[in-house]
Design a protein around this ligand. Structure first.
Ligand code: SF4
Ligand code: SF4
Ligand code: SF4
Length: 275
């Protein structure tokens, strides 16, 4: 080994060993990392990038300090990959809504097979399909970076923080806090079904800034007032089916109490189902 090679090796051994993996998902979360054009090279230099199969040909699957995992468990292969990676990682980061909440693919649990069967690719019969579930239904997760897709800024800040030995604090404020700072008109006030009050912030209220209501992709806040949110939506004329479908779209599996809270609030809305 030359002097230069041994220098580089010792430099690498001092760096955090990091891997980026994906199971069932659309790769949008992994793209959020690559699309940090301005900072991605600095970040990659700051860590020892042991694996990123999406962009690297040679990848290790052994001994990581941090692994970022995109996607949810939808088949047996996902589960085996996840379990293997978990056993080789000191910290596992759940990256994006599919990994954190199950996201839209998990909505399959709330609809009849006949509603989506025609969309299935024939080969899925051989994939040993499992109930679609977020990764923390199967393994321990140390940190969550939510969102569909997750915020590029949040990913960069997270990697910067771990390179100096810190874990950033999760954002516990609802989307409304950022939305008010951005001086947006409140969409609830004009009768739109915005889930900002019960959804964890950190996305800079990007949807509302663009005129769209929040659908809750970053998951519920720890201390959400679900009952009040339901009552507000009902007072705006949305019926139970609409509210249930909307809240389940991204985070149904993280709201197991939804049906009973809906039942508790009673259906006092004038019918205004937007479906
Ligand atoms: S969270 Fe969204 S962007 Fe990420 S894999 Fe799932 S669907 Fe794609
Ligand atoms: S538009 Fe939505 S996120 Fe913004 S303040 Fe109103 S309810 Fe909250
Ligand atoms: S505003 Fe809501 S739906 Fe949009 S990115 Fe933020 S949390 Fe997700």
């Amino acid at each position: 080994m030359t002097n230069a090679e041994s220098y580089l090796k010792s430099e690498q051994s001092n760096k955090l060993k990091v891997g980026f993996f994906g199971i069932t998902g659309c790769a949008g979360c992994l793209l959020s990392i690559i699309f940090n054009e301005d900072e991605i090279l600095d970040l990659i230099n700051a860590v020892d990038l042991k694996a990123f199969p999406f962009v690297k040909e040679v990848n290790s699957d052994e001994s990581f300090d941090y692994v970022f995992m995109e996607g949810l468990v939808a088949n047996k292969e996902d589960l085996e990959t996840l379990q293997k990676i978990r056993s080789n990682a000191k910290f596992l980061i759940s990256l994006g809504a599919c990994a954190c909440t199950g996201c839209i693919p998990a909505y399959r649990q709330y609809t009849l097979k006949e509603n989506y069967e025609h969309l299935l690719y024939k080969k899925t019969e051989n994939l040993e399909d499992l109930k679609p579930t977020p990764i923390d239904a199967h393994v321990r997760v140390d940190y969550y970076i939510p969102g569909c897709p997750p915020s590029k800024r949040e990913i960069v800040n997270f990697i910067k923080a771990i390179t100096v030995g810190k874990l950033p604090l999760p954002n516990d404020n609802p989307v409304c806090v950022e939305c008010r700072k951005n001086n947006n008109q409140c969409l609830l006030d004009i009768g739109k079904p915005c889930l900002g009050p019960i959804t964890s912030g950190g996305c800079d209220s990007v949807c509302i800034n663009g005129g769209f209501e929040c659908w809750g992709c970053r998951g519920p806040t720890k201390d959400m007032n679900l009952k009040l949110m339901i009552n507000v939506l009902k007072s705006k004329g949305f019926d139970e089916k609409f509210i249930q479908d909307r809240m389940r779209t991204f985070v149904g599996l993280k709201l197991p109490m939804l049906e009973s809270v809906l039942h508790d609030t009673g259906n006092n809305a004038e019918s205004h189902n937007q479906n």
